[in-house]
Design a protein around this ligand. Sequence first.
Ligand code: AMP
Length: 114
Amino acid sequence: MPDTLFDKIIRREIPADIVYEDDDVLAFRDIAPQAPVHVLFVPKKSLATLNDAAPQDAELLGKLLLAAAAYAKREGFAEKGYRCLINCNADGGQTVFHLHLHLLAGTRLRERLD
Ligand code: AMP
C-alpha cells in the first residue's frame, strides 16, 4: 500500500496534535475540524479503506471504536453524545487512503454532514 500522510504522522515524520496512543491505534486532532471536537483514530497497521479489512482485522476495528469511546468518556462528553464515522472511497468522501475513524463531538450535530 502506498505511504500516506497518516503513515508519516504515525512515524512522527510530520507533526500532529496527538491525543491518544497505544500499540495498535494513534489518535490526533483533525487539521480542519468539522465540530468543536474532531479527532481521527487511525490503526497503525496500514489498511487503505474499510473494504481492505479482513476477518483477522476484526479485533483491530473493535479497538478503534473502543479507543474512541474511552476518549469520549475521558474527555467528559460521552454522556452528552458524539458521532463516529468512517468514510470509504470517493462516494463516501474519503480523501486519505489510510483507514481512519472520525470522532465528532462538542455540539448538537446535524443529521447529515453533506
Ligand atoms: P477523510 O475525508 O475521511 O479521508 O478524512 C481525512 C481527514 O484528514 C480530513 O478530515 C482532513 O481534514 C484530515 N487531515 C488531512 N491532513 C491532516 C493532517 N496533517 N493532520 C490532521 N488531519 C488531517
